[in-house]
Design a protein around this ligand. Sequence first.
Ligand code: PLP
Length: 394
Amino acid sequence: MIPYGRQEISKSDVESVISVLQSEYLTQGPVVEKFENYIADFCNSKYSVAVNSATSALHIAVASLELGHDDILWTSPITFVASANCARYCGASVDFIDIDPDTFNICPDALNEKLEHAQRAGRLPSVIVVVHMGGQSADMERISCVVRPYGIRIVEDASHAIGGYYHGRPVGNCEFSDITVFSFHPVKIITTAEGGMALTNSEELASKMKLLRSHGITRDQSIMTRTASGSWYYEQLELGWNYRMSDIHAALGLSQANRISNFVERRNRLASVYDELLDELPVDIPGRQKNTVSSFHLYIIRLKDELSVRQREIFGFLSSKGIGVNIHYIPVHLQPYYRALGFREGDYPIAEDYYSRALTIPLFPNLSSEQQLEVVHALKTVINQSSSMDSLAA
Ligand SMILES: *Cc1c(COP(=O)(O)O)cnc(C)c1O
C-alpha cells in the first residue's frame, strides 16, 4: 500500500520525544516555547502560539478577532471543513468564494465582485479565511488589496503550506494577514502527531490567543483586575478552552522543524518527476504561480473532460492496486451540515467542477522512484482501458 501522504520520523525525532518523557514537564512547558520561537523565526513572524491542532488554532484566531453571532466569515469551498467550522464555533455565519480553476485557491476577482455585492446588501464579512490549497500560497498581496478597504480581517489557513514561499518571503510572515495558521497533523509537512500553531505580528492578538488557549486564565499581574493575594492567585478573564500543546508533542515538532526545508525540497523534486511522467496523459498537472514556491503538501491532478466521467472508476482502480489516492476536497458547502444551512449544488460551479475531476496522488518525502513509477503505471493502465468493465474485473 502506498498512502497519499506519510510522516517521516527520524532517530533524532524519537530521541527528542524520549528526552521530554524523562524530564520534569510533560504538558506545555519549555519545549513548547522553543518550538514556538523556532517556527516564528523560520517564518519571520513576531509571535506564535502553539496549540493541540490547526482546528483549535483557527478557533482561537477568529475568537481573538472577536468574530461573533452577528458576524460573517468567508472562506474557500475547496478546503477541509475546519476552515469554515471555526466561524460556527463562534456563532457566526459562513459564506464561500468560488475558486480560481488554475490554483484551487479563492479567486481574487470573484472575491472583489462578491464584496461589492455584499457592501450593497449590507452583509460584509468581518473575517476571510484564505486557504493555501495543496501548499501553494494564494495571491495574498492582491487579496489584501481587495479586502483592506473594507476593514475585513484576514486569517491564512496555511495548514498545507509551512515551508512555502510567496514573493520571496516565507508563508507565515503575516505581511498580508492578521494571523496565519499551520497544522502539524502527520500527513502535513511536519508533524507533532496532533498539533497546530497560530502566527501573528500583533502583540495584542498573540496575548489574546495565549489567554484563549488556556481557559482564559492568566497569572500575569499586569492584566489582572485585582492585586494578586498570593502566588497561588490567578484570574480567569475570558471564556477560553484547553487547547494547549504538550511538551511531548512539541519535542517531535521541534526536531522535525529542522527538516522543513529538506522536506519541501524533496516534495518539489518528486512533484517535478510526476510532471514529466504524466506529460502525455490526458490530465492537467498542478499549475505553478510566479514568485511562489509551493510546499507541495498535495500533488493534485485534474482529469481532462473525456476522463472526468471516469473519476470513480480511476479512483477505484488505483485503490485496488494499493495506491492511496484521495480527493481534496469535497466542497464544504455540499456537506450535509452546510446544506442544512441553505447551501445547494450549483452555488460554486468552479469548485464543483474541480471536485468532479480532481485526484490526489501519493506524495511524501520518502516516496521512492519505484513507487512513483508504480503510481504512474497504474494510472496509465486504467486510462488506456477502453471500458470500465475491464477495471471492475481487475
Ligand atoms: C488539516 C487541515 C486543517 C485541520 O488541521 P488539524 O491540525 O487536523 O486540526 C485545517 N485546514 C486545512 C486546510 C487542513 O488541511
